[in-house]
Design a protein around this ligand. Sequence first.
Ligand SMILES: [Mg+2]
Length: 381
Amino acid sequence: MSSEGKETTSSIRKIIHVDMDAFFAAVEQRDHPELRGQPVIVGGDPAGRGVVATCSYEARRFGVHSAMTASRAKSLCPQGIFIRPRMDAYRQTSHQVMEILQSYTSLVEPLSLDEAFLDVTEATSNGVLAVQIAQEVRTRIERETGLTASAGVSYNKLLAKLASDWRKPDGLMVIPPERGLSFLAPLHVSKLHGVGPATVDKLAQLGIHTVLDLRNASQQTLVSHFGKLGLWFGEIANGIDLRPVQPNRVRKSVGCERTFQTDLNDRQDMMTVLIEMTERVSSHLYALGLAGRTVSIKVRFPDFKTVTRALTVSEPIWRLEAISAVLPTLLARAIPSERGVHASVRLLGVALNGLVNTEANLDTVDQLSLLDEIAPNGETP
Ligand SMILES: [Mg+2]
């Protein structure tokens, strides 16, 4: 392809989303050949309260997926092979993958150990196609790490990520600009970035099920029901996502939040959920070698009003007990007394901010966020 016609295409970005397939489980199967072809489940102890971090495709056939409790995974797949995460091995492989990505562009934004966006707009200005880069990246990853990755190519992050998911595992998918709207139209709204289960329910009540329904909804309707998020929904429904690829994004917080199918109105239940999430956050901090001084919680009420309350302690903390100690105070502050003792909430979140490294020898991969795949075994030392 020549650079003629660049006038019209120069404003169109070329974004690649690269996502390793079943990363933690794939590393285990690579390093332990006897695990190949087996339902491997990496995460917490099925006898304890841990959750699944990643599982092999063989385990997925039984309905096992990440974030479900390990005990549930065990009941779905009794023959599953449960393995504790080896974060060091995953970090090392992640580092290799990120180095391959960085050899194509400096505009690489890692989202977790096994996933990153690349902006190859500049790298394709000499006529090389983004899809060629994506294919080469996949080939090199497989050759150099022995693992497969899927890639999606499109003109923004939203579509590149949807594309990489489309032909998983070991897949490659391109969504060119002229196909963006038609690709999105039939998708269920739950596929969209930022649309969680409670929002799906609320959209369904408005008769909005597919992205096309969302596109046809008025901006006024969306904003009146979802506030600022409504504006975002309107944009992404139209394939508009201007978020840049940010290579130097520094992790500012580690957190976890959950939206409930049914609002919670019991303080004890709220504390239980907060502590469960804190366990994940704590493991996550440990895996990243980070600790933070500020603990915050987020509460969203049924009317979508959202409050955040934070408390700063004197030393950076990461252990479950230390973080949990301030939760009752924060929860009491977050729920104003005028809402009453039976105030219900639709979302709870907990996060650590003001992060510092707890290890001296951190390499760059340690700085990465670990959004989906973590080691939440609750048995931090
Ligand atoms: Mg992945």
